[in-house]
Design a protein around this ligand. Structure first.
Ligand SMILES: [Zn+2]
Length: 392
């Protein structure tokens, strides 16, 4: 509207000029061109590419029910979901990490999303639990688990990396079966988090309201496959193969249809919402913000300062620095400490040295000269003293 008015005003002024000279005409047309360009940029963001990831495959069967294997169920749902999207949006590119029963390394799945410049990544899985009574759907976004139950699901899904040779090198020493390894998931994907949660909520609402499933809700946990993807992403657990009723449902064409349609409708709602959103000005802005996400925000559970803690020092200054200062490269959960008359800014607090080293490695992606420091009862001590204290 504003641009429209501007054009009218410009028109009035310039039309007088046009009468006088041909320069006016040139000016007039170039001005219109600029205005139109601005206008179209406001409306040109479209979801162009989506990656659908059917979990497991080949030598990795995933969770096993009495009759079904996770890898078969999720492939069927993934293919259905993709075909619904392709039918409705012929111009939208749907990429599958697998269309057949083949083994795909975990890193490869996220590489497919990153290399294709995907706008969205949906990973489809089925759950299992030693307790056969547990049933329902869960949709995960990347984050630190809040419950042991969510950690268990992430460990189960991440442990597929053990099928790969040399997984320890490939996955930077990450041990999927060691809860301590999961500290790195404190490192949130700040920019994509809201969008991912949005899609996750829409998906669970569809499961519950339209597919009549028991929704166990939206959750966060440390899934390696989501960690590597630099675009909004969710991991859907469509049901428990360990629950006899749900296993039966998952194994029917009807059940698979319902589940795929539910995810499809959630995708459609998400797509409409995000493309209509006035916040999204243009494609360029999205790409720019996505590139930021490879640098995660950092949050670490705070330990009681009366204990021995390790943290990562990111800045030292004689003057107080606001925590939202640009110097901190949009890292979050920064602590201010005053030590020997200077302000020290740190992130993290843990008594586990290995954890803090992992955190330091991550923060160095943004602040190269950060380093690990130790505090005991609120006072700075040397790392060697800290280690001695821990041994005693
Ligand atoms: Zn799985």
């Amino acid at each position: 509207m504003k641009i429209f008015l501007m054009n009218i005003i410009t028109f009035n002024i310039l039309s007088k000029l046009i009468k006088r000279s041909s320069i006016g005409l040139i000016l007039f047309s170039s001005c219109l061109l600029v205005s139109n360009n601005c206008y179209s940029q406001k409306h040109n963001y479209r979801i162009k590419t989506i990656v659908i990831d059917a979990g497991h495959g080949g030598k990795d069967p995933g969770a096993l029910g009495k009759k079904v294997r996770e890898k078969d169920i999720v492939l069927k749902i993934a293919l259905k979901l993709g075909s619904y999207i392709e039918q409705t949006y012929p111009n939208l590119k749907v990429i599958y990490t697998r269309k057949t029963d083949v083994f795909i390394p975990l890193n490869e799945r996220s590489n497919i999303a990153n290399h294709s410049n995907a706008d969205l990544f949906i990973s489809i899985h089925a759950n299992s639990n030693p307790n056969p009574k547990i049933r329902g759907t869960e949709t995960y976004t990347l984050g630190l688990h809040k419950t042991q139950e969510n950690l268990r699901v992430a460990m189960k899904e991440n442990s597929v990396m053990l099928y790969e040779e040399d997984y320890s090198t490939k996955y930077e020493g990450f041990d999927p079966n060691n809860p301590a390894s999961y500290i790195i998931f404190n490192l949130m994907q700040g920019v994509n988090r809201d969008k991912s949660i949005d899609l996750a909520e829409l998906t669970e609402a569809q499961f519950k309201n339209r597919a009549g499933r028991h929704s166990r809700g939206v959750r966060e946990a440390g899934f390696w496959v989501l960690k590597q993807v630099s675009t909004p992403s969710i991991l859907v657990e469509v049901g428990f193969v360990s629950n006899p009723t749900e296993e039966k449902y998952l194994n029917t064409i009807n059940g698979q249809d319902y589940l795929a349609s539910a995810i499809y409708r959630a995708f459609k709602q998400y797509k409409n919402k995000i493309e209509d959103s006035s916040v999204v000005l243009n494609r360029k802005k999205i790409e720019k913000s996505d590139s930021v996400t490879s640098y995660p925000n950092v949050a670490v559970a705070k330990k009681n300062d009366s204990e021995l803690i390790y943290c990562v020092q990111i800045k030292s200054s004689s003057k107080k620095i606001p925590l939202n200062s640009r110097e901190f490269k949009s890292l979050t959960n920064i602590e201010e400490r005053i030590s020997s008359g200077t302000y020290k800014y740190t992130i993290g607090a843990t008594d586990n040295y290995r954890e803090i080293i992992l955190l330091q490695r991550k923060i160095r992606e943004k602040i190269k000269d950060c380093f690990v420091v130790a505090y005991y009862k609120g006072k700075r001590i040397s790392l060697s003293k800290a280690k001695k204290l821990q041994k005693s």
